[in-house]
Ligand binder design. Structure first.
Ligand SMILES: Cc1cc2nc3c(=O)[nH]c(=O)nc-3n(C[C@H](O)[C@H](O)[C@H](O)COP(=O)(O)OP(=O)(O)OC[C@H]3O[C@@H](n4cnc5c(N)ncnc54)[C@H](O)[C@@H]3O)c2cc1C
Length: 615
């Protein structure tokens, strides 16, 4: 009955999914299945920009971009993948431009670029013997690398890709929620989804399936992520015994709106904004004397936490200020060019941010600073893939035939232990495109494999059982406990004690989850049912995150263990793979980091030597 057949099925209509669909549909029949209407995907919320070394405003190179990406990820980045990202970024931007994406322009008509944290180039006047603190003493300086359309870059990307997909005849199943993968003999043959409007189950038979379901920031209490970001793709893969990579690395963005978590883009600081503590001090002077407010996100978030712990929050509360007033930018000489700006300029560069602050904070950033605190933002980890988007079965690098992943739900490992701002959007486009290409190649090479009888049966049983149980405690109670636990015990700073407590709390919630009964027993638009199913995904991902964080007894990038404050390259220079076995805790094993080596004069050296990370 509700049976559909396409060469390629793409789950998710964000930047990664639609870029892949555009590519695969050039060659083979492609359908996109999305629980949201496509242009409501979170990619549309991305603000600040997309990275590519175009050299439009100053000299830059993909090599600079790769160096920053690898250092930004605290060296846990697969270096071949990072080089692909940075090289192909340039071509991807021009492809988007040719599709009609309305980038901001320079006066002479080229794509405009702005600065972002951790994006640098070598300082031409660098002198190692110069007096510390002087310009000549800085080995690297910020570079303008982020292409943007005001502070609505993601919105423009999503609209552009959707238009192109429609033009090219991609089929869309909007508001269809994937609930299971159809795996036969270790291969992926399709998916099971529920049509939200009717409650009916549909099966999709495919030669290749892409998971592009986005992030899972809803695990945490304070998050910049939309409600739909519940990690369905990775959770479903995990339940099929597939590993999740580098889950302990979850990024906290330094500048979320106080209490609400709504993001105030790093473009604020790229364009000259400065953070201040309650004593009016520019505290990043202390933590990152060179790049200051433009240090990487993990460094800035930890610095804010340190200020709050030391009692230097504003008015004794747990927030600090982000100040983007023109007078502040001029006083500290932080504008991108160093010359003075006026409030009209700020308003033009950051219109949405200013609007958010006025609407949600009742603060006018043109006249006063904005209260901010770190907010859960981005999953560096996810479903492990190779550079063609093919999902890895285990640490040996063997791939799962027919299954692909891209975007925030995947881990091709270009972000390592900490992602640089603007590197996610470019990851979606570069690896979305590569996945789409390889999915089409794979589909062209192969016949449809036999489809199992009733592959939706386990899903139907699970739903029937949920609907038939008597109503129990409300599901939001479990969600709130999970979010609080993850925020307090698996947040910016971690310890063995807190992580152990988090592990036990999540395990307890998993047991209570199994007994949940619903309030709404209907079929039409049963959001209660879907929210409970999404909570199940978040609990599984919390379990994998905490297990990976417990296993990693070092501090690296976004994973800061107070009981193991240093990076330990002898024991932990590897990607964690968390794998579920039945109902117990997952096992955590490690895969080698891909390191590029160079041969010179009979000697082997590494292209990106491990350094102590300082900004
Ligand atoms: C507020 C904010 C600002 C950001 N700003 C920037 C920025 O300036 N630069 C940058 O590089 N990065 C930025 N990021 C990060 C970046 O936007 C995201 O990492 C990226 O957009 C994720 O894209 P995606 O294609 O992987 O998934 P998404 O765009 O999140 O899309 C996920 C898709 O999966 C679908 N889906 C999910 N589950 C299911 C299911 N079970 N069944 C069917 N469909 C499903 C959804 O319907 C949706 O279409 C920002 C993130 C946020 C939250």
């Amino acid at each position: 009955m509700n049976y559909h057949r396409f060469d390629c099925i793409i789950v998710g209509a964000g930047g990664a999914g639609m870029m892949a669909a555009l590519e695969s549909s050039r060659k083979v029949g492609t359908a996109v299945v999305s629980k949201l209407y496509p242009t409501r995907s979170h990619t549309g919320a991305a603000q600040g920009g997309i990275a590519a070394a175009l050299s439009n405003l100053e000299d830059d190179s993909w090599e600079n971009h790769a160096y920053d990406t690898i250092k930004g990820g605290d060296y846990l980045v697969d270096q071949t993948a990072a080089e692909i990202l940075c090289k192909e970024a340039v071509d991807c931007i021009y492809e988007l431009e040719h599709m009609g994406l309305p980038f901001d322009r320079t006066a002479d008509g080229r794509i405009s670029q702005r600065r972002f944290g951790g994006h640098t180039k070598p300082n031409p006047i660098y002198d190692p013997s110069a007096t510390p603190g002087t310009d000549a003493a800085k080995p690297r300086i910020p570079v303008m690398r982020a292409c943007h359309a005001a502070d609505r870059t993601g919105h423009m990307i999503l609209q552009t890709l959707y238009q192109q997909c429609i033009k090219q005849g991609v089929t869309f199943f909007d508001e269809f929620h994937m609930l299971d993968l159809i795996m036969v003999d270790g291969e992926c043959r399709g998916i099971v989804a529920i049509e939200i409007a009717t409650g009916q189950l549909h099966t999709f038979h495919a030669k290749s399936v892409l998971l592009a379901t986005g992030g899972f920031g809803r695990m945490f209490k304070t998050s910049s992520n939309a409600y739909a970001l519940t990690g369905d793709g990775p959770a479903i893969a995990y339940r099929h015994g597939l590993p999740l990579e580098d889950m302990e690395f979850y990024q906290f963005h330094p500048t979320g709106i106080y209490r609400l978590g709504i993001l105030l883009s790093e473009a604020c600081r790229g364009d000259g904004g400065v953070m201040f503590n309650g004593k009016g001090e520019r505290f990043m002077d202390v933590y990152a004397p060179n790049l200051k407010d433009l240090a990487s996100r993990d460094v800035c978030s930890r610095s804010i936490e340190q200020e709050l712990r030391a009692g230097r929050g504003v008015n004794g509360k747990d927030y600090v200020y982000l100040d983007i007033r023109a007078e502040t930018i001029n006083k500290y000489k932080t504008s991108p060019t160093g010359s003075d700006v006026d409030s009209h300029w700020v308003e033009k560069r950051l219109p949405d941010i200013i609007d958010f602050a006025r609407t949600y904070l009742g603060v006018d950033p043109i006249k006063e600073p904005m209260p901010i605190q770190p907010t859960a933002h981005y999953a560096m980890g996810g479903v492990p893939t190779d550079v063609h988007g093919r999902v890895l079965r285990d640490t040996s690098g063997e791939v799962v035939p027919g299954l692909y992943a891209a975007g925030e739900s995947a881990c091709v490992s270009v972000h390592g232990a900490n992602r640089l701002g603007t590197n996610s959007l470019v990851d979606l486009i570069v690896f979305g495109r590569r996945s789409g290409k390889d999915m089409a190649r794979y589909a062209l090479d192969r016949e449809f494999q036999p489809f199992p009888a009733n592959p939706e049966a386990p899903t139907r049983m699970a739903i029937d059982s949920l609907l038939s149980r008597p109503r129990t405690e409300p599901w939001v109670k479990l969600r709130d406990e999970m979010q609080k636990t993850m925020m307090d015990d698996c947040g910016v700073y971690r310890t063995e004690e807190r992580l152990t407590r988090a592990r036990d709390t999540i395990a307890g919630l998993q047991v209570r989850y199994k007994n949940l009964g619903l309030q709404d027993k209907g079929t039409v638009f049963n959001t209660n049912l879907l929210e409970v199913l999404e909570l199940g995904c978040l609990l599984d991902l919390s379990e994998a995150t905490v297990a990976s964080a417990l296993a990693r007894k070092e501090s690296r990038g976004a994973h800061s263990r107070e009981d193991f404050p240093n990076r330990d390259d002898t024991q932990f220079f590897g990607h964690s793979f968390a794998t579920k076995h039945g109902d117990g805790q997952p096992t955590v094993t490690y895969k080698n980091v891909d390191v590029i080596t160079l041969e010179k004069d009979g000697k082997t050296t590494t292209k990106y030597p491990l350094e102590i990370r300082k900004y």
